[in-house]
Design a protein around this ligand. Structure first.
Ligand code: AMP
Length: 464
């Protein structure tokens, strides 16, 4: 996952940086802004938060922004890495930024690329030159070749454009006021500047926005079936974001209610408190507490100045970070039965740590609930889980997982309840059921199943 942003209409660069901060939760590795000054593309990038991007005091008429999440490839560690790994990218007259993951880059790439975004940029520049600089034709050609997830915002001939793969994996919305057009991964960007979201960019649609306010829409690829990433609702997106007309907060609340029904069926002792693992699971914990008629207590607090542990590469680093990530209200824990709610159990590191900590602080029982069903298949569309081996649910049954994390009970969301809570039928659930909606991802899956020795980054080898 990454965050993408496009702005058409005069805006101070410092304000664009503020807007990019609203997408920082989608990628904390690095961030970049690109704009046109005179006839030139200018870029400014920084490691970590968009807040660190240094900018001149200018108000360009067109701006792109990205926050980076390292799906494949390494983390940004040096200034030099910023050029190689962090968008927006440019080639000849085109500039763009990308959220998603292309699974078949090696099939079409004419050289080795560090990122799929740079590959897409170069390909689009090439197809523009082969198609009389006609953007819809070039993007149609490009889209017909790409397998995977892409939500893209770019600049061509002083116009802002946006397009999305025909499955609509990753979110992309736009809104307009008299003077501004804003395209972004999440609608919170529009709320911040008081612009109504007009709608999502449709799957398979290309939109071109001109400086005179004209908007053109083109169909670039079609698919009767869409595959919106369910994990956006469960984990990635900000709760105030609306994706495909569903408010993420409401979805998370409904996920909590569904967990309450599952909990009631277990006939176990009612907890003293429901406790969210901050921050994603708060709405679900609230709903769960209301449905069970017990208080919700925020006794696990986050050290908000630490990054997300997931992005750390080794298990040892992850354990150390998971430990320092939370602070507990220790005097609320002794002799209590606590129902902890998190959005997901991926490798099991966080759940194990929290249960151990709470028991160490005197909790009499700790139940653990996840708003996400067991994830037992890797994601090839942009989530940083590249092999099944990393996933605790792919190696262990529920009872083994319960024992591993040390909980007295383990409650997972049911897949049907998840789908109902989101309220959309056309979802990508591949990391839950192994049903990959695109051809090349299925090919990768077959190759990896054949490989006994696959380690944690092996799918990059078979990606072509
Ligand atoms: P784990 O500790 O490996 O079981 O991962 C679960 C924790 O990581 C939960 O607290 C989630 O909020 C968080 N998480 C789940 N998926 C992701 C992801 N793709 N990127 C970053 N964090 C995640």
């Amino acid at each position: 996952m990454c965050g993408v942003l496009g702005i058409l209409g005069k805006m101070p660069l410092s304000m664009a940086r503020e807007l990019l901060l609203l997408l920082a939760h989608r990628g904390q590795d690095a961030a970049g802004l690109l704009w046109i000054s005179g006839n030139e593309y200018i870029e400014a990038k920084a490691m970590g938060s968009p807040a660190f991007i240094e900018l001149p005091d200018e108000s360009p008429k067109i701006i792109l922004g990205s926050t980076r999440y390292p799906t494949i490839g390494k983390r940004v560690g040096t200034e030099k890495d910023l050029d190689i790994f962090v968008g927006p990218f440019q080639a000849e007259q085109i500039a763009l930024t990308h959220n998603g993951n292309i699974t078949n880059m090696a099939v079409y790439a004419e050289k080795d690329y560090f990122t799929d975004a740079q590959f897409i940029t170069d390909k689009l520049a090439k197809y523009l030159s082969e198609n009389n600089n006609i953007l819809p034709d070039a993007i149609r050609k490009l889209s017909s070749e790409l397998d995977g997830a892409f939500s893209i915002v770019g600049i061509h001939e002083g116009k802002l454009f946006a397009f999305r793969d025909s499955r609509g994996f990753k979110p992309l919305v736009f809104g307009r006021s008299k003077d501004l057009t804003v395209i972004a991964s999440e609608s919170t960007v529009h709320s911040m500047i008081g612009i109504d979201v007009e709608r999502d960019v449709y799957p398979g649609e290309l939109l071109i926005f001109s400086q005179d306010g004209k908007l053109e829409s083109f169909s670039i690829s079609q698919n009767a079936l869409h595959s919106h990433c369910f994990f956006e609702y469960v984990y990635f997106a900000h709760p105030a974001t609306t994706i495909e007309n569903q408010l993420v907060y409401d979805v998370r609340f409904r996920l909590g209610r569904a967990l309450a029904s599952a909990f009631k069926k277990m006939n176990i002792e009612t907890p003293d408190y429901v406790v969210p693992v901050p921050d994603t699971s708060r709405p679900a914990a609230q709903a769960l507490a209301e449905a069970l008629d017990v208080p919700m207590r925020e006794i696990i607090l986050k050290n908000r100045y630490l990054g997300r542990t997931f992005i750390v590469r080794t298990q040892e680093e992850r354990n150390a970070m998971a430990k320092s990530k939370y602070i507990y209200l220790t005097d609320k824990i002794r002799n209590k039965t606590i129902l902890v709610v998190d959005d997901s159990i991926v490798r099991g590191t966080t759940a194990k740590m929290i249960v151990k900590d709470l028991k160490g602080l005197g909790a009499s029982k700790v139940y653990f609930a996840a708003t996400c069903p067991p994830q037992d298949h890797p994601c090839y569309y942009g989530i940083d889980i590249s092999t099944g081996k990393e996933l605790i649910a792919s190696n262990s049954r529920k009872e083994e997982i319960r024992k591993y994390i040390g909980a007295d009970a383990l409650i997972y969301q049911d897949i049907n309840d998840l789908v109902n809570a989101i309220g959309l039928k056309d979802l990508c659930l591949a990391c839950l059921d192994g049903d990959y909606p695109t051809e090349h991802a299925r090919y990768i899956q077959e190759q990896l199943q054949d490989e006994e020795e696959s380690d944690s980054r092996d799918y990059e080898r078979v990606i072509g």
